[in-house]
Design a protein around this ligand. Structure first.
Ligand code: G16
Length: 542
């Protein structure tokens, strides 16, 4: 087989964000753009020749075209085996699981996660290492360095590989194996959860709606919830992965999945509602006319963790990202477990999971996971909830009120301002940095600021440092945290995270945005968001 050396020129914007490289499709379609990045990735890795690479994606526009190019580069670069999800489909958690199960060298996942898809929207590529975890910063930095100087890549001139048929073929020195996208992951879920108990729950008349938002989880959810667990046909909505997600925004939250939340607030709503994002690593939980915040969901999973035999005696500790409201800290304390606060980005949990410092971790951005694999996992979290409901026979609302009655309620709201101009947004944050310290001792709307800081993180296992991960403003009775998103494909997105806690039961049913109103007003006054950005309201509130 002839290996071609293709001359190319660098692109200087191949810088990974919170989770891999995300750009508009039109950017990825530029000549050699994808190939440059993939060759730069291979140039950053050592010793993969003859080894296995997992490849799959969330099915969005450009998915399969990208996979065909990656196959050619991987063959030319001498990978021994490529394991590819049928029709190019693998959810992020399923890919992570396959990497460890098949002892692969790593895996390439094509997804821009919760960003919309289609010719005019976003595409993305990320790499997971042999432990099934997102590439660490040190590796993504290397890729960027290689991308800046790349002048050629290797490829082979072959016909496109048929991705629709399960089976194997050998091309050159590389075996190409097309696998069922769902089977291994579904088997693994059955090892973790009590499928008999959940099956009985559905048998007893329990009703659920799951919205796959026309993204990757449709086939997983249909097989697991309907076929294996006996939920009635029609439980899974929008179940066919479509290149443009059928026009839906594949982000499970109250803004972008409003149609689904509205359905769960009808009088005839089912007992349980759940949804996942583009690549299946995020999830949202709703009860009948009831929404569970990600930080409460994390806390409830923590509360019941050891009720699931898979985790019994293996609950080592909990981590949350710093912007995530500290609801789970009280649960950790009551169980005498260590709690860690990491920067935003799932990659920061991996070292803690691998070192068995934690068993559970989660984020305000609707991601939760455990040591079962090194990525966040939407369907796993939903199964966890179903298993808890099957054990306790309580509704989503009862489980959440139980948590608040025991630990108090932590109100939380993430407010994102999308589509901002970069320069004024940076100026606003520079101004905040300059006055941060002087805010200590000041009072806004009757709430006194006790401490401010810039969040810098040193990984307790690797010693790696991550600096300037956001601004913390701690009040006596609440907190404002802010940072810029690292997953957008254009402009800047400001994320404002608010939280405060109460033990007063008469306040438990308050709308979080109402409970947090003083802090939201304080943030607008301190940052002068409108003055700098021109926006007087966030675009997404969760
Ligand atoms: C990624 C990361 C998460 C992060 C989220 C939002 O998730 O893995 O850790 O919370 O992005 O990040 P940002 O606030 O920078 O936009 P995903 O689901 O997009 O891969």
């Amino acid at each position: 087989m002839d290996i071609q050396v293709i001359k190319t020129e660098p692109y200087f914007d191949q810088i990974c964000g919170t989770s891999g490289l995300r750009k508009k499709v039109s950017v990825f379609k530029q000549p050699n753009y994808l190939e440059n990045f993939v060759q730069s990735l291979f140039n950053s890795l050592d010793g993969f020749e003859g080894k296995t690479l997992i490849i799959g994606g969330d099915g969005r526009y450009f998915n399969n075209q990208a996979i065909q190019s990656i196959i050619k580069l991987a063959i030319a670069n001498q990978f021994g085996r490529l394991i590819i999800g049928q029709n190019g489909i693998l959810s992020t958690p399923a890919a992570s699981h396959l990497i460890t199960k098949r002892e692969a060298f790593g895996g390439i996942i094509l997804s821009a996660s919760h960003n919309p898809g289609g010719p005019n929207y976003d595409f993305g590529i990320k790499y997971d290492t042999a432990d099934g975890a997102p590439a660490p910063q040190s590796l993504t930095d290397k890729i960027t360095e290689h991308a800046k100087t790349i002048d050629h890549y290797w490829s082979v001139a072959i016909k496109d590989v048929k991705l629709s048929e399960i089976g194997e073929e050998t091309i050159g020195n590389t075996v190409i194996e097309i696998v069922d996208s769902v089977k291994d992951y579904a088997e693994y879920m059955q090892e973790i959860f009590d499928f008999d108990a959940i099956r009985n729950l559905f048998k007893s008349g329990f009703k659920m709606h799951y919205d796959a938002l026309n993204a990757v989880t449709g086939p997983y959810a249909s097989y697991i919830f309907e076929t294996l667990l006996g939920a009635e046909e029609g439980t899974v909505l929008n179940k066919t992965p479509l290149p443009d997600f059928g026009g839906l925004h594949p982000e499970p939250n109250l803004t972008y999945a409003k149609h689904f939340a509205d359905m769960m607030y009808q009088d005839d709503a089912p007992d349980f509602g759940a949804a996942s994002d583009g690549d299946g690593d995020r999830y949202m939980i709703l009860g009948k006319k009831f929404f569970v915040t990600p930080s409460d969901s994390l806390s409830i999973i923590a509360k019941y963790m050891e009720e699931i035999p898979f985790y019994k005696g293996r609950f080592y500790g909990i981590a949350r990202s710093m912007p995530t409201a500290p609801a789970v800290d009280s649960v950790a304390k009551s169980k005498s477990l260590p709690i860690y606060a990491t920067p935003t980005g799932w990659k920061f949990f991996s070292s803690l999971l691998n070192a068995k410092k934690i068993s559970l971790c989660g984020e305000e951005s609707f991601g939760t996971g455990s040591f079962h694999l090194c990525e966040k996992d939407g369907i796993w979290a939903i199964l966890f909830w179903l298993n808890i409901i099957a054990i306790t026979n309580k509704s989503v609302q009862e489980l959440t009120y139980d948590l608040w009655n025991e630990y108090g309620r932590t109100f939380t709201s993430t407010q994102s301002y999308e589509g901002l101009e970069i320069e004024p947004t940076n100026m606003m944050l520079d101004a905040l940095k300059d006055k941060l310290e002087s805010l200590e001792g000041q009072t806004f709307y009757n709430h006194k600021i006790v401490q401010t800081s810039i969040f810098n993180y040193t990984d307790p296992i690797t010693g790696d440092e991550a600096k300037n991960q956001g601004y913390i403003i701690d009040f006596e009775d609440g907190r404002i945290f802010c940072r810029l998103s690292g997953t957008g494909s254009s402009g800047a997105t400001l994320r404002m995270y608010y939280s405060c806690r109460t033990n007063r039961k008469e306040l438990f049913s308050l709308d979080p945005v109402v409970a947090l109103d003083d802090f939201i007003k304080a943030a607008n006054e301190i940052l002068q968001i409108k003055e700098f950005t021109g926006k007087d309201a966030p675009t997404v509130v969760t």
